[in-house]
Write a protein that binds this ligand. Structure first.
Ligand code: ADP
Ligand code: MG
Length: 270
């Protein structure tokens, strides 16, 4: 667990997160328990990020961040802006997604134009992200961050790298059910799937899902989640884990359903 030391700024987005500097010198984008979406999105973030990392997908390191009553009192901007009120962020344990570097030296973007998108260093991981998003029924589409480190004095600029962020709507946000639909979970641009030539393109990811996600994995992960994030309803979390474990075998048919839509997300699938 880390401690938040200061708030840097408010981030965009429905959960009204804040960029914060934490002890140890790292910066984290912090989602609060009383975010306007649902307290459970913190569970989804932690569980989702850990599971994605287990599959070998690119994520930003996730952490549990403690934010004190004092810091909130001394920082008026640490609040939820609701239509008719400003509600202070709730103190206690929150979810943090590590900011990939020093905010002063790093270039990062939420979107890239198609041309630059094709040059992303790890584009081949997008099919793996889709396996993850189909499995977890991410009802918000895949969100990534593209970043590159500024290189002092170097003439050639380094290439962008994609990392997954925002696992908050996996398991259908606060609902913890799985309303599967063919277009769900796809990244907004088909170009990231140009390398897909058939079922076999997803094969290695599906194999990882079957081999690396055991029931034991869930036991360990659940133990890490602060109970206040799931309202002390351990049975509900266990049910969620059980469903996820069972759903692993559903992924191939969910991918096929996406393939057969008029959006044609996989232009090179023969
Ligand atoms: N680890 C991170 N590093 C840098 N920026 C981030 C990180 N996580 C989120 N962000 C930024 O904060 C915004 C909101 O985060 P996100 O997880 O998408 O929350 P929301 O649920 O509000 O959409 C993102 O659009 C992105 O720009
Ligand atoms: Mg988002």
């Amino acid at each position: 667990m880390l401690r938040a030391l200061e708030q840097i700024r408010r981030m965009r987005g429905g959960a009204q997160s804040h960029l914060m500097r934490c002890d140890g010198g790292g910066y984290y984008v912090v989602k609060f328990q009383n975010n306007p979406q649902h307290t459970r999105v913190l569970v989804n973030e932690l569980l989702g990020t850990r599971l994605a990392a287990r599959l070998g997908l690119p994520t930003t390191p996730a952490a549990i961040i403690s934010v004190s009553e004092d810091l909130i009192r001394l920082t008026p901007d640490l609040c939820m802006e609701m239509p008719r009120a400003r509600i202070p962020c709730r103190a206690g344990l929150q979810f943090g997604s590590r900011y990939p570097g020093d905010p002063h030296r790093l270039t990062w973007l939420d979107f890239l134009p198609d041309k630059q998108l094709m040059e992303v260093e790890n584009l081949h991981q997008f099919p793996g992200m889709l396996v993850f998003d189909k499995w977890t029924c991410n009802t918000n589409g895949r969100q990534t961050l593209f970043f590159r480190e500024q290189q002092d004095g170097a003439e050639a600029e380094s290439r962008y790298r994609a990392v997954m962020i925002d696992q908050g709507f996996c398991f259908n946000a606060g609902e913890w059910n799985f309303p599967d639909a063919p277009l769900r979970g796809l990244y907004a641009r088909n170009r990231v799937y140009e390398g897909v030539t058939g079922r076999e393109s997803f094969g290695p990811w599906i194999e990882r899902l079957e081999k690396r996600i055991t029931e034991r994995v869930f036991d360990d992960l659940i133990g890490e989640i602060p109970p206040e994030w799931y309202d002390d309803d351990l049975d509900a979390v266990r049910r969620l884990a059980k469903q996820l474990y069972r759903r692993r075998t559903l992924v191939p048919e969910l991918l096929l359903a996406a393939r057969n839509t008029t959006r044609h997300p996989f232009p090179n699938w023969m």
